[in-house]
Design a protein around this ligand. Structure first.
Ligand code: AMP
Ligand code: ZN
Length: 115
């Protein structure tokens, strides 16, 4: 846990969110500035900066994040239409919140552009 991390604050319920899913390891909630009709953040409860911080013991956690994304995509009705999974890493990767998270984005065609 990091004291001043916004996602840690959400996990500690010091900052409100509308959780879509929560268990021992993960929480999922809507992005506050959605880029598409479906935009959900999937976040490990343990504070880690980004993929650079992921160790051998976190491999299962990453797999769980991806499985949860597919499950939420299904619940949100975009499993068939398609969706994008994004992890922004570091400054050049456009990472704004320094706590590892995965974006699930869907509900509209996103095209092929990367940047
Ligand atoms: P990233 O650029 O991958 O670090 O993205 C961080 C994301 O977190 C952005 O899409 C923000 O809109 C989102 N965000 C920041 N603060 C909150 C919050 N309090 N609740 C939900 N989403 C947030
Ligand atoms: Zn954090």
């Amino acid at each position: 846990m990091a004291d001043d991390c916004i996602f840690c604050k959400i996990i500690r319920k010091e900052v409100p969110s509308q959780p879509i899913y929560e268990d021992h390891d993960l929480v999922a909630f809507p992005d506050i500035h959605p880029a598409a009709p479906v935009h959900v953040l999937i976040v490990p409860k343990e504070h880690m900066l980004n993929l650079n911080d992921v160790g051998k013991n976190d491999v299962a956690l990453l797999g769980k994040m991806l499985r949860l994304s597919a499950r939420i995509a299904n619940e949100k009705g975009v499993a068939e239409s398609g969706y994008r999974i994004v992890i922004n890493n570091g400054n050049d990767g456009g990472q704004l919140v320094p706590h590892l998270h995965l974006h699930l984005i869907g509900g509209k065609p996103l095209g092929h552009k990367l940047g």
